[in-house]
Ligand binder design. Structure first.
Ligand SMILES: [Zn+2]
Length: 457
C-alpha cells in the first residue's frame, strides 16, 4: 500500500545534507520511505495510493525520546512533591508509587505515550524500575500498552536492589533481589527484544541509579548486556546529593564510578549528566557514550544546567533529548523540551551558544543514535522507515513567524502535531490520536491517581 503526502510547505530531512525542501512530497510504500522530492510525483502502477494534501504544514522526522518513566504520568503535580529537590522528592513519592499495580502501569503508559505522540514523538524509550512486592509482570503491561498505541518502543527493564535498610533510597517493598531482577531481564529479552533493522520493539537494561542498586548488579547487568548485545542505561550525575552519596559510599564521583564498573562504553546512555567536570566530558568523548538531556526535569527539581553546549563540541558524545518522567516534568511535551533545552543553555551561555536546529537534531537523529536505531530512524531518507510528523504553520500561534518554519517549531508555539505517521501507519490525523477510548483512559487515570493519593503513605 502506498501513501503520498504532497504540497508540504517545508520538509526538513535532518540527514547528513540537512536539506530543507519547499513544496515537498514524501511517498511511503508499506512501512518505508520510498521517495522524497519536490512538486507532485506521478504515481504509476495499478496499486492504490492514498493521497494527503499537506498544504500549510511542515514535516520533520519523528522525535525520539530517550528517557521516561511512563508510570509517572499518574503522579503529575502531586501536592507535597511540588517544591522538593531530587532526593526529598524521591523519598516522598516512593511512598505513593509503591501502590501501583498492573492496571495503573498499563493506563499510565497509554497516557504518557499518547501525550508524547501529540507533541512529535514516534519512538520512545522508558525506564521502568518499580516492582512493588506481590505484583506480577508489570513490565509486560507497559509493553502491551505501547503496542496498542503504535509507537516505536525501546523500553528498559529497570531495577532497584538497594533499599533503605542497605543504605539506599527506596523503601524495602519496591526493591528486588539480584536473582529476581536478572531472571526477569532474561525473560523479557527473550520474549520481546527484536534486534532486526526496522524493529518496533527492543529491550535495554537499566539499573535505576548509583543510589538504588548495588555495585554487583551494575556489573551483572553489563555482563548480561554484552553477552546478549543489548544497550544499558541509568541516571547519572543528576544532583549534588548523588555526588555526595557516591563519594561517601564508593569514594568516587558518579562518572568515575561508572568508569570503574566498565559502564563507559558505546552500549551505554545516561540520563541528566548535569554535574560533569571537564574530565568527565573528556571520558564521555573517549568512550562515545550517549546522554539523555532532560531540561524541564532539571529545572523543575532545581538540579542545575547540564553542560550541553560543552558536549556539543564533541560529536563523539551522542546527545539526545528526553522529557523524563511526568512526576518531575508534569508534562511530556517533546517539542516543548527542545525549546526548554535551547533556553536553558542560553541562560548562562549566551544567545549564540546553541541554535533551534541543533536542539531539533538532538531530538531526532541524536535520539536515534543513542538508541542505536540511526540506521533506520532519525532522519527522512529513502529506505528508512516512515516515521514522521507534521505541524501546521497556518495557525494563530505561528502567524508572523513562518519565514523560517523549522526554527519556528522551537521559537514559536507549534501546538500539537497535525498528523503523525509511525512505521507507515497514520496514528494522529487532524490533531486527533486514533484511539477509540481516549475519554475512558483519561477518566481511569484520574480515578486511579485519586485512589492512590488517598491511601496512607
Ligand atoms: Zn528519570
Amino acid at each position: 500500500m502506498k501513501k503520498l503526502f504532497y504540497n508540504i510547505d517545508t520538509l526538513a530531512t535532518m540527514d547528513q545534507d540537512e536539506q530543507e525542501l519547499k513544496n515537498a512530497y514524501i511517498l511511503v510504500e508499506d512501512n518505508l520511505i520510498k521517495e522524497i522530492g519536490t512538486g507532485k510525483p506521478e504515481i504509476t502502477g495499478s496499486e492504490a495510493c492514498e493521497s494527503y494534501d499537506m498544504s500549510g504544514a511542515c514535516c520533520i522526522p519523528g522525535m525520539v525520546n530517550t528517557h521516561h518513566h511512563l508510570y509517572q504520568s499518574m503522579f503529575r503535580n502531586v501536592k507535597g512533591a511540588q517544591n522538593l529537590k531530587l532526593f526529598d522528592w524521591l523519598t516522598f513519592l516512593y511512598e505513593r508509587w509503591k501502590y501501583i499495580g498492573a492496571a495503573e502501569v498499563y493506563n499510565a503508559a497509554l497516557v504518557g505515550i499518547y501525550e508524547m505522540m501529540k507533541t512529535g514523538v514516534t519512538t520512545t524509550s522508558d525506564m521502568f524500575y518499580l516492582y512493588p512486592k506481590g505484583t506480577q509482570r508489570l513490565f509486560d503491561e507497559e509493553v502491551e500498552a505501547a503496542v496498542r498505541t503504535g509507537v516505536r518502543f525501546h523500553p528498559c527493564r529497570g531495577s532497584m536492589s538497594l533499599s533503605k535498610k542497605d543504605g539506599g533510597l527506596p523503601p524495602d517493598s519496591v526493591v528486588q533481589s539480584e536473582e529476581e531482577i536478572m531472571a526477569d531481564c532474561e525473560r523479557v529479552v527473550n520474549k520481546y527484544h527484536d534486534p532486526n533493522p526496522g524493529a518496533m520493539l527492543r529491550i535495554a537494561l537499566a539499573p535505576c541509579s548509583p543510589f538504588s542498586v548495588t555495585e554487583s548488579l551494575m556489573r551483572t547487568t553489563l555482563d548480561f548486556a554484552q553477552k546478549n548485545d543489548l544497550l544499558i542505561h541509568t541516571h547519572l550525575a543528576e544532583s549534588p546529593d548523588e555526588e555526595a552519596f557516591c563519594l561517601e559510599r564508593v569514594g568516587l564521583r558518579p562518572v568515575d564510578y561508572m568508569d570503574k564498573l566498565g559502564w563507559l562504553n558505546e552500549r551505554a546512555w545516561f540520563a541528566h549528566c548535569v554535574w560533569l567536570s571537564e574530565e568527565d566530558i573528556e571520558k564521555f568523548k573517549r568512550t562515545k557514550v550517549g546522554v539523555a538531556h532532560c531540561p524541564a526535569s532539571n529545572m523543575r527539581l532545581g538540579s542545575g544546567t547540564a553542560p550541553i553546549v560543552e558536549m556539543l563540541e564533541h560529536p563523539e558524545i551522542r546527545l539526545s533529548l528526553a522529557v523524563d518522567g511526568s512526576a518531575s516534568n508534569d508534562t511530556g511535551n517533546m517539542i516543548g523540551e527542545a525549546r526548554n533545552a535551547l533556553f536553558l543553555q542560553r541562560v548562562s551561555k549566551g544567545a549564540d551558544s546553541i541554535t533551534p536546529r541543533q536542539v531539533l537534531k538532538m531530538g531526532t537523529m541524536g535520539g536515534a543514535k543513542v538508541l542505536g536505531m540511526d540506521d533506520y530512524i532519525g532522519s527522512l531518507e529513502e529506505g528508512k522507515v516512515a516515521d514522521f510528523v507534521f505541524f501546521r504553520l497556518d495557525t494563530l500561534e505561528m502567524a508572523g513567524g513562518i519565514s523560517d518554519p523549522i526554527s519556528a517549531l522551537v521559537l514559536c508555539n507549534p501546538g500539537t502535531v497535525y498528523m503523525s505517521v509511525i512505521n507507515g501507519r497514520i496514528r494522529i490525523k487532524d490533531y486527533q490520536v486514533l484511539e477509540n477510548e481516549m475519554e475512558q483512559i483519561i477518566g481511569e487515570q484520574n480515578r486511579m491517581q485519586k485512589r492512590i493519593l488517598e491511601r496512607e503513605a
